[in-house]
Design a protein around this ligand. Sequence first.
Ligand SMILES: Cc1ncc(COP(=O)(O)O)c(C=O)c1O
Length: 484
Amino acid sequence: MTVRPEESLDPASWDEFRAHGHAVLDELLDWVRTLRERPPWQPVPEEVRAGLRLPIPHEGIGLDGSWQDFRRSVLPYPWGNVHPRFWGWVNGTGSPSGALAELATAIINTNAGGGHQVAPYVEGQVIDWCKAMVGFPADASGVLVTGGSVANLVALAAARDAGEPRISEEGVGIVPGGAVFYASAQTHNSVDKAVRLLGLGQRGLRSIPVDAEFRIDLAALQQAIAEDRGAGRKPVCVIGNAGTVNTGAIDDLTALADLCRSEGLWFHVDGAFGALAAISDRLKPLVRGMERADSVAFDLHKWLYMPYDVGCVLVRDREAHRRPFAAKASYLAREARGAAPNDHDPGSLGLELSREFRGLKVWMLLKEHGLAKYARLIEQNVDQAKYLAALAQQHSELELMAPVPLNIVCLRYVGSHEGERLDAVNREVLIRIQERGIAVPSATTLHGRFAIRVAITNHRSRREDFDVLVGAIAEIGREVAAAA
Ligand SMILES: Cc1ncc(COP(=O)(O)O)c(C=O)c1O
């Protein structure tokens, strides 16, 4: 048998690879530096999409070949959330030094699922910083995850099993009448998904109405809990919002903490972006009560502008956090010495075993900029939201559609028109603003009316960008209304 020469994926020539790497980095940095010169978003053309439906390559086209394909087919067509005028959904922007931290993460490519290595210690440090950011006690538990959706799932799994510890052995059927979670009708759908994934079904989540400011109606919540108890169901957990996805509304978290204490319920806060208001002395009072929660979920890729993806879940009771995830397998046994998992094992605190070293970028970026800078940027975004809201209120053709407690502004074109036609007009206005490459807000429905929604978690936006947006809504609104 002839022996085939052995191969690896390392470059044949490190010098050539280094030159390529430097050129690539230069080009990518120029791309970020010149973002403003390009539209925030453009659709992916059909010929590009066709090029993304090819069979798997049998032989490779080489480093330069794949880079040229990336430049042609990928680089021009991202969603655009890095752009100063992207305010759709709740998206973060990342940062150039965040990208360098990602490069370092990829180069060392350590599996941060546990083990006696530096990653769990760095993540432990980051988790301690996260606790300090939201006012959680130093002995609370926590883990970094992909984002808010998984953070909510992890926290709600802990809540479910704390409500009835026999669930991990017997399953959810052990709870007579079924376990029930409560959240306002404005709560993000990741909570709904989590409750269903936890086996509680759609009926396991009671949707509670909101008040005029889109905050949970406390009397309705109390009534729902009493009704469920009366009907033999088991109330387990209340989910409060520190910043709803639609309008940035913040539930009365102190009242929810009091209620959960008196009712013996788990109190979870979905603070995907709003929890981080707590790092600003000025904004912290808005989320008061969050520090009393049993668990809190938030994203660092949203309002700390870290590169995707990184979210955080904190759980006050360490045992409750571990219960749904504790690793029992013999191949994961801990040892006092050697490289095996030691005391820090994030793999037992969430769904993932093998995982990216997400903590590294958080650790490096917080060291680089310091928390005070992030607090200023968050305040800047809140001030920009107030600025935009004021522009909308002052404009004779625009309407502000909801209070602006934080960083989300819902507005629309009204002109001299009324009624349902405005929904269709504004839907078209939004699409044209996106398609003309002006800006990327998104949409929502408030009290049955279509709203253009601007969520500002963007360190690159400037006040002038909001002037541009308001001008475009008014101008395109007139154009669309005239043609309708
Ligand atoms: C309030 C809220 N909760 C949860 C999520 C889900 O977070 P992620 O997209 O990071 O999974 C979001 C996302 O926008 C959100 O706004």
